[in-house]
Design a binder for this molecule. Structure first.
Ligand SMILES: [Zn+2]
Length: 571
């Protein structure tokens, strides 16, 4: 309902008020002035109501209409911003992806006196891997109730926030989103290579030789750990903006930090926890209310030894279990459809970590980071099976994690825009992490019922997407002829929305290639498989003019050669 005047209770809500105003202008026309002040009859009134946080779930908002005032409340400033978008969705707005949204022209929705509707999110941390620091993407995240952003990039290909800066951080934090990072950044903390001439003993020993390796040091040497801590302090001086400090080693598969006899007496996992505890102590001296994150990944997919403990029992720690690179993403973790070997291995690692945390009296939180859409052809999870997600599996995983007390979700989602060919599954994913009680198919139906609004071939496009899903999920992908024919028929009728047609045609080509590679892998024809891999490396470059408005400039980075090629083609 159109309220014209928007009032807000404190300065921290001015962005939310401006957002509401600009959308109401678009919906109803006219102007919707905003001002700081108390509620008056006929206005929309935005305020923080901390008592909402006592309810189940996280980031509560409330929309209610009472005595002629439309009240939008949140249990924090960020929840209030979420509440504004929750309200706009009640009016019919839909936020499909960055730069892809639907705003109704005019709205008949009215609220009776006494109307009240509350919203919340099921998980405490709903995270996003930020590759572009694109303002529209960040805004889309807030519209989707994402509350934590990893990195304030643009990120470099090896996943550390080398472009992290106060200015880039502010783009994330000005929306109220929590900033998490830097990620794989030990190169900033290990002793400087200039020390090598005088102190070769600071550097790791491998193959009988000590030398800098840009990732680790000889951590059994107390002087080295003192330097590491000192560098950590300097890093915090320069980058004081991390709400969640992600203390991750460099991203390499090496399982040893140093092989000297003294270092070898302790496992890598135990060294990791020791270094984490020493840095956490310093971190909490400066930022007692922030969160310190450690990661279960690569060498630390195995937990530290029984008997190891956390600084202050892990209070304000976040353990990020990032164990799923090789799991089967087509079978849910709950075991109701059986447990394939790959998931058995995943669950063994997951359970070992959870048992360790319990034994260590850990009082912090746990989050998971999954790999639902990054299954590269080159051996990561099931080759080529993840490009169209199985959302019902993801939903069941969310419920599995929820039942285990996991506080946060994340995925290396890969694309910032995710609008290729349409962002249906990603939109569904974001909805489900807020509310996993609704079947994924219901979200998917809602998406397609709205997304094709006004499209002359919407019904046909949706049918093509259904057929593509079937083919991509099939163990024995069949023929794409029917899809090719449907696309040709649409082309012959000279569609107005050429973009949608071209995107689907490109995706169909892509799907064919993926299926070909999958079949080759499955039948053990490695020559055809690697030939397909090579074609895939060039695919994005060859279709850049169609794809560049829909895929972020930081493309899938998991295959050597992709990035370089994309750069050459002018992304
Ligand atoms: Zn050593």
């Amino acid at each position: 309902m159109d309220t014209k005047l928007i009032r807000y209770s404190s300065e921290g809500l001015s962005y939310a008020a401006r957002e509401l105003s600009s959308y109401l202008d678009k919906i109803y026309g006219g102007e919707h002035p905003i001002e700081l002040g108390d509620a008056v009859v006929g206005c929309a009134y935005l305020s923080v109501n901390p008592s909402l946080s006592s309810l189940d779930g996280y980031d509560h908002s409330l929309v209610r209409y009472e005595d002629g005032v439309l009240r939008i409340e949140g249990d924090s400033e960020l929840s209030l911003l979420f509440g504004v978008y929750d309200y706009l969705q009640l009016l019919g707005c839909r936020f499909w992806a960055a730069r892809h949204e639907y705003v109704p022209c005019g709205c008949e929705v009215l609220f009776a006196d006494g109307y009240s509707r509350s919203f919340h999110s099921a998980f405490k941390y709903r995270t996003w891997v930020n590759r572009t620091n694109d303002s529209d993407v960040l805004s889309f995240l807030a519209k989707s109730r994402v509350n934590v952003v990893l990195g304030c990039g643009p990120w470099n290909p090896d996943f550390s926030s080398v472009h992290a800066s106060l200015e880039n951080a502010d783009k994330v934090k000005s929306l109220g989103l929590k900033l998490r990072g830097p990620g794989h950044a030990w190169r900033e903390l290990i002793p400087d290579e200039a020390l090598f001439a005088e102190h070769p003993e600071y550097f790791p020993l491998f193959g009988g030789e000590r030398k800098p390796n840009k990732r680790t040091a000889c951590f059994s040497n107390p002087e080295v750990r003192a330097i590491f801590r000192e560098n950590f302090g300097k890093y915090l001086d320069a980058h004081p903006y991390w709400d969640i400090f992600a203390f991750w080693p460099e991203d390499t598969p090496d399982h040893l930090y140093c092989s000297c006899p003294e270092c070898a007496k302790t496992t890598t996992q135990d060294w990791y926890l020791k270094l984490a505890n020493e840095c956490a102590e310093l971190f909490f001296e400066r930022f007692p209310d922030q969160v310190f994150e450690i990661i279960g990944y690569n060498a630390t997919e195995t937990p530290p030894s029984e008997g190891e403990t956390f600084f202050k029992d892990g209070k304000n720690f976040l353990v990020n279990l990032c164990l799923g690179r090789t799991r089967n993403i087509t079978v849910a973790l709950d075991g109701k459809d059986g447990t394939p070997e790959a998931n058995r291995e995943f669950l063994a690692k997951y359970n070992a970590w959870m048992d360790f945390l319990k034994g260590a009296g850990y009082q912090g939180e746990v989050m998971v980071m999954d790999y639902y859409n990054t299954c590269a052809p080159s051996g990561q999870s099931l080759p080529c099976k993840a490009y169209r997600w199985n959302c019902e599996t993801i939903l069941r995983d969310f419920l599995f994690y929820k039942a285990k007390g996991v506080a946060g979700l994340g995925a290396f989602s890969g694309f910032d825009l995710l609008a290729w060919p349409v962002p249906d599954y990603f939109w569904t994913y974001l909805k489900m992490q807020n509310d996993p009680s609704i079947p994924s198919v219901a979200w998917n139906d809602e998406f397609h019922s709205g997304y094709w609004h006004g499209s002359e071939f919407g019904g046909a496009y949706r049918q093509i997407i259904r057929q593509l899903d079937e083919l991509l999920r099939s163990d024995r992908p069949g023929s794409f002829d029917e899809i090719d024919e449907a696309l040709a028929r649409i082309k012959a009728r000279k569609p107005r929305d050429v973009e949608a047609r071209d995107l689907l045609a490109a995706f169909t080509k892509y799907g064919k290639l993926l299926c070909r590679i999958y079949v080759a892998y499955k039948s053990g024809d490695m020559e055809s498989a690697s030939q397909g891999d090579e074609e895939l490396e060039g695919f994005f470059a060859d279709h850049a003019s169609i794809l560049s408005p829909h895929i972020a400039p930081y493309p899938p980075l998991w295959i050597k050669g992709w990035l370089g090629k994309l750069k050459r083609y002018g992304y």
